[in-house]
Design a protein around this ligand. Structure first.
Ligand code: GUN
Length: 291
């Protein structure tokens, strides 16, 4: 079993981005700039956004963090996005999800200028991805593709089972794994909460991508010997042995699945770090396109 080390791969990715950013600055004076919007104070969202802003600093990017109380109206938030769309200094706009219930995710994402959609959630970005055109890929699927590329894992002809059909991860992953590209050319089965015989399906998988948001959902009996396991889950569970009283686990029962796997991503230290790498790579690309 080989661990797919998100820390090592993302460190290498970040050093490449930092170098390219310095070159871009020296040649053109352009400094990539990411604007992040955080509404409310969901602890997980706070942590993700703080980490994204910290990474911007590390890479020599500019960053703007706009924080709003949950009392902000949908229209006010849409106006804020309009301001960022019109600001030439801003290359990428990220609205941390989930948003409060009174604000429509779709309306907000639709408002983002597609040339600044570094999260790759806008219908234009997703449509281009579907057609195989050059565009911003959603950060987590992009990070997973970069991880597979880094380890030279050729998924051509493999049976890839994706568990979870979110717009952010599961659905775009089905497109990327099946398209005629490298990595790609896998035979994809998309599973979700209504799938019957899930275990029978996962047992035939050469690669499983678990993105269902349930702690330790993929158990050893669901996994074929030698399968590749990509764990997208970040779930907090109670743990009395920890000072904080809790710890992070993925959607995969790592302890029991890892001995059967050929490759596996740990949680934390796997896909999560690659997500930030994907976002930063998109932001650098957006800056280059804005010169
Ligand atoms: N919430 C959970 N994952 C993500 C992500 O990748 N981007 C944003 N903006 N919000 C998220």
């Amino acid at each position: 079993m080989q661990l797919l080390d998100g820390a090592a791969v993302s460190a290498q990715l970040k050093s490449q981005i930092k170098k390219e950013t310095e070159e871009l600055k020296a040649k053109t004076g352009k400094v990539p700039h990411l604007a992040a919007i955080l509404v409310g104070n969901n602890p997980a969202s706070e942590a993700y956004v703080a980490s994204k802003v910290r990474t911007c600093e590390e890479l020599g990017f500019g960053s703007t963090l706009l924080r709003f109380d949950t009392s902000i109206t949908e229209q006010q938030l849409l106006d804020e996005i309009d301001n960022l769309n019109a600001d030439d200094k801003i290359d990428g706009i990220l609205v941390q999800l989930p948003l409060p219930e009174h604000i429509s995710d779709d309306k907000v994402i639709n408002k983002i200028d597609p040339t600044k959609d570094v999260d790759g959630f806008h219908p234009i970005s997703l449509g281009k991805m579907l057609l195989g055109h050059k565009t911003f890929l959603p950060a987590t699927p992009y990070g997973i593709m970069l991880m597979l590329e880094h380890y030279n894992i050729d998924v051509t002809g493999m049976h890839c089972v994706i568990i979870g059909r979110s717009n952010i991860v599961g659905t775009p992953m089905t497109i990327l794994m099946s398209r005629n590209a490298k990595p790609g050319n896998a035979t994809v089965t998309m599973c979700h909460s209504k799938t019957k015989n899930l275990k029978e399906i996962t047992q035939t998988a050469d690669i499983i991508i678990a993105a269902i948001g349930r702690p330790k959902y993929v158990t050893a009996d669901m996994v074929k010997e030698g399968a590749i396991i990509i764990d997208v889950g970040i779930n907090r569970i109670p743990d009395a042995t920890k000072k904080s009283g809790s710890r992070l686990v993925g959607d995969v029962d790592f302890e029991n699945v890892a001995p059967k796997a050929s490759y596996i991503t740990p949680v934390p230290g796997g896909v999560g770090l690659m997500t930030i790498g994907g976002l930063m790579k998109n932001t650098l690309e957006a800056a280059k396109q804005h010169i």
